[in-house]
Each structure stands twice: as C-alpha cells, then as structure tokens.
Ligand binder design. Structure first.
Ligand SMILES: [Zn+2]
Length: 382
C-alpha cells in the first residue's frame, strides 16, 4: 500500500496527464469528460458511492459522497476539472513532473491539486464516519461560465456549507469578487475614406465610450472599499472594429469586465453603465451605442464570515496548516454560483494564485499533502 502522501502525489499526476482544457476557451480543449471517467474508475476501485450529473453538451459534473451519521445534513467539497488553455510552456504541460518539491503541469494548482487532496481525504476516511454527509463534486466549466456549479446550485439538494478548492496557499478565504461581462457595440455608417463626412465613424464613437467607461472605473475605485476585497473595477478588455482600410468603420465592439465587490449585484452594475451610454446617445455626438445582452453574470459570493463552515475551517487550519485568519481574494470561483442557492462558502486550497493560468504552473508538494489533511479534518469535525 502506498503511503497517503505518495497516493495524493500519484493521483494528482494522473489527473494532470488527462488534458481537460475548457472547450469554450479553446476549440482544441477536450473538456472534462476524461477526468470524470478516470474519477469513476477511482471510486469503483475504492467502493465509494458516485453519481454523474449531466450539465450541458455531454459535459457532466462528477459527484462522490460518504453518508454521515446525520445523513440529511450535507456539506459540499468542490473543485473544478477544467483548466485554461496552454501557451508557451518550457516543458510538457501534461507530464505531472515532480521536481524540487513541486508537481508541474496545467491544472496542478488550478485546481487538480485541490481535487486530488479532497479525493484522498474522502476516500481515506475508512471507519471514521463524519457527522454530516460529505459530498465531493468535481465540476465542469469553472473557467468560463461556471455551468457545473450553477447546476449544483439549481439541483435542489441543500448544503449547509461548502469548501471550494482553489489555490490560496491554504489560507482561509471567506470573501471574493463577482463579475459581470458583456459586449458594447457602436454602430456607424460606412463611407469611402476619401469622403468621411458622408459616413459616421464607429471607432471614433467607441473611443468616447471607452473614455467615459474609464472615468466610471476611476469613480468606482474611489468609492467605499470592501475590507477584505478592496474596490470594484471596470476594464475594457477587448476591442474590434472596422471593415477594411478604406472604409469609414460602420461598427466597433468592446468587451467590458466589471468586477463586483460583495454587496453589489450584476444588474445594478449594468444599470450604471446603461445610464452612461444613455448620456452618450443623447449627447452632442449622438453616439449609436448599445449593450449586447444577456451578460455573463457571476454575483459575488454571499458572506460566509460568521458561518459554521468558516468556523470549522478556521479551527482545522489551526491544527493543520495556514493561519486560519479570514481573508479576501479578487478572482472568482465556483462559490459565485453556489451563492445563488444560499450556500456559505470558504475557499481554501494548495498552490498560489500567482501560479494559476501561468506557463509552468506548479503546486508545492508539502502544501498538497497538508491540504488532504486539512480537508479531512473539516470533513470529520463539521
Ligand atoms: Zn482558474
């Protein structure tokens, strides 16, 4: 029998070797089904109960669980199976290579490390039955629309709390941002560029929209800040426009990424921008601008600061690793969607956020092993 540490490392390496790039982010991405299939084999071998929740386009969440002494009380452990695409890696991103006390590979910290640690924690409970039923979900699509977490939130199964595996260096995150992302379009009128006065230049119009949005961003930053998360943000992150070199551009589009702090709602952020656009439509330039909706909406997680799951996780940290001090983070996670079902979430996992989505992503083995211990402590003490 391999030791628990060797088992966790081996499992993470197996998961990294299965490419699971989110197909919405890269057409070459295989999606999560290879990982789900592997998990099915893992659970069969260990006699763990499991189920598959079809979500969309043949993409399914994978769930496994251990019933508690009070089976109707449930807590959720969740880590996502999909990864972002790969770019210029120095070595094979799917090797799971072990070097210098680290495991390298796409998804090693975001979030196959958390997933491996949660699985080992659950599958090694043995005779020790937890009080509440522990459900472990390996979700799809966290890196794009969070469809997997959304399906869990909508499933009608209730959870008292959730532990979301994302790289936090085993620090306890109880608050993070949400987001709302959408496109804005300016329509112009095409004309030959030798007679530009006969047309309306959509790029020039959009330039004014972008400047107005930048001013809005600065006003957001100067608003009251959230103590753990900081200030709201707005970034114009993509732009495309024009037809060809000698035509006054008839159309220009941008993507807006608005980061929401706890307490803000997507529709309010959209409404604020809408009133700016209305001003530009009515202003002296009469810019023909509109939002292309629906937006991608990810509300900020509900507050978990005084939840039982946060208290239990803090106590587990005090025993095992991390400070257990309540912290905030900026990025999103499956917690955004779980909040729609009113589930208080804590986010905690091995690896550094700075490593996620980068070339040569890795996770420290010492943290990975501690994570399994920490998750198991939470499972047994909740
Ligand atoms: Zn990520």
């Amino acid at each position: 029998m391999p030791t628990q540490s060797a088992e966790t490392i081996g499992l993470l390496q197996d998961l990294i070797k299965i490419e699971s790039i989110n197909p919405s982010l890269s057409p070459q991405g295989s999606g999560e089904q290879g990982v789900a299939k592997f998990l099915e084999g893992f659970c069969k071998e260990r006699n763990l109960a499991y189920g598959i929740q079809e979500v969309a386009d043949g993409r399914s969440n994978f769930l496994t669980w251990v019933p508690g002494k009070e089976p109707d009380r449930r807590i959720l452990f969740i880590a996502h199976m999909d990864t972002v695409p790969i770019d210029r890696w120095e070595s094979d991103p799917f090797s799971g290579e072990q070097r210098d006390g680290r495991i390298y590979g796409r998804g090693s910290c975001d979030t196959k490390g958390s997933l491996a640690a949660m699985l080992i924690a659950l599958s090694s409970l043995g005779e020790r039955q937890p009080r509440a039923t522990v459900v472990l979900a390996a979700s799809i699509d966290e890196e794009y629309r969070k469809l997997g977490a959304r399906a869990i939130a909508d499933s009608g199964v209730t959870y008292e709390g959730a532990v979301v595996g994302e790289p936090t260096e085993l620090e306890l995150v109880v608050a993070h941002m949400g987001s709302v992302r959408w496109q804005i379009e300016v329509q112009g009128v095409p004309a030959h560029t030798s007679k530009p006065h006969l047309g309306v230049n959509a790029i020039t119009g959009m330039a004014k929209v972008v400047l107005a949005l930048d001013e809005h961003h600065r006003s957001l930053v100067s608003r009251a800040q959230h103590p753990l998360v900081g200030s709201a943000q707005l970034t114009v992150s993509l732009i495309e426009g024009g037809l060809e070199l000698t035509t006054v551009p008839p159309v220009c589009r941008i993507w807006v990424d608005r980061r929401l702090i706890p307490g803000e709602q997507p529709q309010d952020a959209l409404a604020e921008v809408e009133s700016i656009l209305e001003g530009l439509r009515q202003g002296e330039d009469k810019i023909n601008v509109r939002s292309l909706l629906p937006a991608l909406e990810d509300p900020p997680p509900i507050s978990s600061e005084s939840s039982r799951i946060a208290a239990v996780a803090a106590a587990a940290c005090a025993h095992v690793a991390g400070t257990g001090e309540q912290k905030g983070a900026t990025g999103g996670s499956d917690a955004n969607q779980l909040s729609l079902a009113g589930i208080p979430c804590v986010i905690i996992g091995p690896g550094r956020t700075a490593q996620a989505h980068t070339n040569n992503e890795f996770v420290e083995i010492a943290q990975l092993i501690k994570a399994a211990e920490l998750y198991q402590k939470i499972m047994l003490t909740y």
